[in-house]
Design a binder for this molecule. Structure first.
Ligand code: FE2
Length: 410
């Protein structure tokens, strides 16, 4: 006896409509017609069933702080965040804002978030709040945390110890920000030290890398070289790398992108934030996003992510991964039919690979985490930011527009 049968749905990967059978919190079978008895059957009416969205680059410690940024620059954002940390940040404050956002994100179909957490705070207030939140929300969202030295790994002598304490506390991934170190040389040194920590502790790495309009900011080259030298292929992510948009095209196409591909580096673009924060100081204005199309063509695993939501860097955001993918499609010239499907992958399967989510997907044996959309195709869903009708987590219907407040079934 099945626990749940979702009949007559389209999915991003199957040619025609299928039925999806769920038992013990897992997908038992996906087939054109499943006759088995089930405790509950939902008529999908030909709508699109997808695996949940994965947001692989976010900042839960600063979310919903609603700090204004009048210049719209990365620098003012970092400065305003430093002031907020000094004056207002508490463990309770981080927990309250982050949990409020996660509840909303869950209703928008997101079930996994990789969040950076600032470890330049001697009291590690963000890390304390978010490691607790990670445990408390485990039945709804898989939260993965990155120890992120926002002000620079060498900004203060105690940052190394704070970063290690955060990892001891349950923060999962090693972060870095080489372009924000006091000297260029220290950017390279920080990468070396931090990759060694990751190697020693067998952890993944996610670097805020070359988030800048400076064509000479080439830390991603160092990151790729060190990743290969230390045998960390497939474990390291370069986030942002917006400087690649203004680097010499010969260097990017002939040296850098092949290097990233050979090192198995993952790349995360944050289209909304990249376009907003980048391009302030160049004329003519450039697109301020990494060459997503070229990276994908070279075989690099690329994800798109939200990064910020109503915080010192970005006043908008709605946990809508369709909005993220749409901006990526516009900026990255990804409007062909196949390209739009690829953009959908950049907010689902590609970031799931980056986060190494186990049992992710819509095949037998995967966790029964799914979202039913009010659309019949990926392109329609992407175009309309389709309503999330049903949110299913580990085989149970946990929300969605089709679930009345009483919790009754569809
Ligand atoms: Fe970020």
């Amino acid at each position: 006896m099945l626990d749940l049968l979702i009949a007559n749905v389209h999915t991003p990967q199957h040619k025609g409509p299928v039925d999806v059978a769920v038992a013990d919190g897992k997908i038992a079978e996906v087939a054109p017609r499943i006759e088995a008895a089930s405790h509950r059957t939902i008529d999908g009416a030909g709508r699109l069933l997808i695996p949940p969205f994965v947001d692989a680059h976010f900042h839960l410690d600063s979310v919903l702080t609603r700090v204004p940024n009048s210049s719209g620059t990365l620098r003012e954002g970092i400065d305003n965040w430093a002031l907020y940390k000094q004056q207002k940040l508490t463990v309770e404050d981080v927990y309250r804002r982050a949990s409020q956002y996660c509840e909303h994100a869950f209703s928008m179909g997101i079930q996994a978030i990789r969040s950076h957490v600032d470890v330049c705070d001697p009291q590690l207030r963000g890390a304390r709040a978010l490691t607790q939140l990670k445990r408390d929300l485990a039945d709804r969202i898989d939260i993965q945390l990155v120890a992120f030295p926002q002000d620079g790994y060498y900004s203060a002598p105690q940052v190394r110890e704070q970063l290690l304490s955060a990892l001891d506390m349950g923060v999962d991934v090693v972060g870095a920000i080489p372009h924000n170190e006091p000297m260029y040389r220290q950017g390279s040194e920080s990468l070396h030290e931090l990759l060694l920590i990751a190697q020693e502790r067998d952890l993944l790495v996610d670097v805020h890398c070359d988030e800048s309009d400076d064509p000479n900011s080439r830390h991603v080259e160092t990151l790729a070289a060190l990743t290969a030298q230390l045998g960390l292929q497939g474990r390291v992510t370069a986030s942002h790398i917006t400087a690649t948009a203004v680097m010499d095209p010969y260097y990017v196409s002939r040296k850098l992108i092949p290097m990233l591909a050979a090192a198995g580096l993952h790349v995360i673009c944050n289209p909304l934030i990249n376009v907003h924060l980048g391009g302030h100081f160049t004329h003519p204005k450039h697109r301020a996003m990494a060459p997503l199309k070229d990276l994908l063509a070279a075989g690099v695993n690329v994800a798109c992510a939200q990064d910020c939501n109503e915080d010192p860097w970005y006043p908008l955001g709605n946990a809508d991964m369709f909005e993220v993918a749409r901006m990526g499609a516009h900026v990255g010239h990804m409007m062909g039919l196949e390209a739009l499907h690829t953009m959908f992958d950049t907010v689902t399967v590609n970031p799931a690979r980056i986060m190494r989510l186990s049992g992710y997907g819509l095949t037998a044996g995967c966790r029964a985490n799914m979202v039913l959309l009010r659309a019949t195709s990926v392109v329609e869903a992407l175009r309309t930011s389709a309503t999330r009708e049903l949110i299913i987590r580990d085989g149970a219907v946990r929300g969605g527009a089709a679930v009345p407040p009483s919790g009754n079934r569809l």
